[in-house]
Design a protein around this ligand. Structure first.
Ligand code: SF4
Length: 466
């Protein structure tokens, strides 16, 4: 499904390089391949070993980094960020990496995820005299690190990280070091690679392919990896860790050419589709997927069901950035602009339409009606994940609970609302089993069981928004 029209948005992608003469250029290309994780702002901070220098702006990577801007970013280490803004809101000052200068040195931060205790920590820090420059919860970490005073940098960072709750994949850069940290549940993906003697770190491995890096391993939950002139040092800031990677990374967010925890995303989606065909066998003529993220699941469904996969919907790639329009009516218009049914494929046919998820339901209703207008005699909607009944507190903008159609409606009620002839969701057990590892996932938005404690101020924020 199209992230921009669905109401389900990833919050960020991060990329870092240490020990390469073209650090900023590599970061630029890395951010390009992570652009699907956030389109509202982007930035790069580079280090030449003595100073940190940054450039950032609101917009796409290709719009912000002109040749002139890139020419200024010289150095051998860099971190970069692409942002989709929810927590803390948009605005130039919240575009990352955040860069701080003080008498003891400079610090740049890039964060993917969302802290669930950011407000409590901010309040605590402000009463102790900290002044925040942004409304982004990422800045909390900078203040906590600074408070560490006389300790060694790695100990200051570890102490600071141990106070955070929620989802975080951090890149932290000083003049001479790149530090990489992942929360104790490993909620967001983060991988390490190399190009010769240089190291690269990225939210998704698809970024490695683009810059010619070799994958080494995933960052471990609770790990602080230090990368400096002496090479790599792995330390831990959390001893008690329980892996709970975001299931939606497999279902929807990540690119199909990325591997997360050793599982290829396209293959994972195909397996979800295969499992769906077992759980929801339907007598039909063609299977089609909603581009782009549902195509793998549709291929899997078709393969397992023995029904031909056809391209029944195509995406118009040259629509422009209509996704920044927030209103419901514009969102619905966006569906019309971005997707077209292929009449020659669906006319007179009983169609199985595979989608990865249903958030508000408005998009599904439009697509079902597009297929029927194009002559489909029946449209059966099958969803390669269970109903999303609960909000996400970890950096995925799933809208408020009130906006989630499955939070208070039965499957039959949703079917009726979207105008489908039948509607089936994948079961939670089926989804987990299809991925081949029986544990290690966050399933919070499906089951309401979250891997971390959720703080009252965070709950208040989520139930008020929308
Ligand atoms: S609640 Fe859902 S979207 Fe959020 S991290 Fe967990 S699985 Fe992912």
């Amino acid at each position: 499904m199209l992230a921009e029209i669905k109401g389900l948005n990833e919050e960020c992608g991060i990329f870092g390089v240490f020990g390469h003469p073209d650090a900023a250029q590599l970061t630029y290309y890395g951010l390009h391949s992570l652009q699907h994780r956030g389109q509202e702002g982007t930035g790069i901070v580079v280090s030449d070993g003595k100073t940190l220098k940054g450039f950032k702006g609101e917009g796409l990577v290709s719009e912000i980094f002109t040749a002139e801007a890139m020419a200024e970013l010289t150095g051998t280490a860099a971190i970069g960020h692409v942002r989709y803004a929810t927590a803390g809101g948009g605005g130039y000052e919240n575009v990352q990496p955040l860069l701080f200068h003080s008498q003891s040195g400079s610090l740049a931060l890039a964060h993917n995820g969302n802290l669930v205790n950011a407000n409590s920590l901010k309040h605590q820090l402000e009463t102790q005299g900290s002044i925040f420059q942004t409304s982004s919860d990422t800045e909390v970490l900078a203040h906590l690190i600074r408070r560490g005073g006389f300790l060694q940098m790695n100990d200051r960072v570890k102490n600071a990280l141990s106070m955070l709750k929620g989802a975080y994949a951090y890149l932290i850069m000083t003049e001479t070091e790149l530090m990489v940290a992942l929360d104790p549940h490993g909620l967001r993906p983060l991988s390490l690679g190399c190009i010769g003697d240089a190291y690269v770190v990225a939210s998704e491995t698809c970024a490695f392919d683009l810059v010619g890096a070799e994958y080494i391993r995933d960052i471990m939950p609770g790990e602080l990896l230090l990368i400096n002139e002496d090479g790599l040092t792995s330390e831990r800031f959390a001893m008690s860790t329980t892996k709970a990677i975001c299931m939606m990374e497999y279902v929807y967010f990540s690119r199909p050419d990325s591997n997360i925890q050793g599982i290829n995303v396209h293959t994972a989606r195909k397996n979800l589709g295969k499992r769906l065909a077992v759980e929801a066998p339907i007598d039909a003529d063609v299977v089609t997927g909603v581009p782009d993220s549902s195509i793998s699941a549709a291929i899997g469904y078709a393969e397992a069901a023995g029904i031909p996969y056809e391209m029944g919907l195509i995406k118009n790639r040259y629509v422009g950035r209509t996704f920044i329009q927030p209103s419901q009516s514009l969102r619905e218009q966006g569906v019309k602009l971005k997707l077209s049914p292929v009449r020659g494929v669906v006319e007179g046919k009983r169609v199985i339409m595979v989608d990865d998820s249903i958030v508000r339901g408005t998009t599904s209703r439009r697509i079902v009606s597009l297929l029927k207008e194009a002559g489909a005699t029946e449209v059966h909607v099958v969803i390669s994940s269970p109903p999303i009944k609960n909000p996400c507190f970890y950096g995925i903008d799933t809208s408020s609970k009130e906006e989630l159609i499955a939070s208070d409606k039965s499957v039959e009620e949703i079917r009726e609302l979207i105008g489908a002839d039948s509607l089936t969701f994948l079961s939670v057990e089926g989804m987990v089993e299809a991925l081949g590892q029986n544990s290690g996932y966050c399933l919070g938005c499906f089951t309401g069981n979250y891997p971390t404690e959720i703080y009252p101020d965070t709950l208040q924020y989520y139930y008020q928004k929308g």
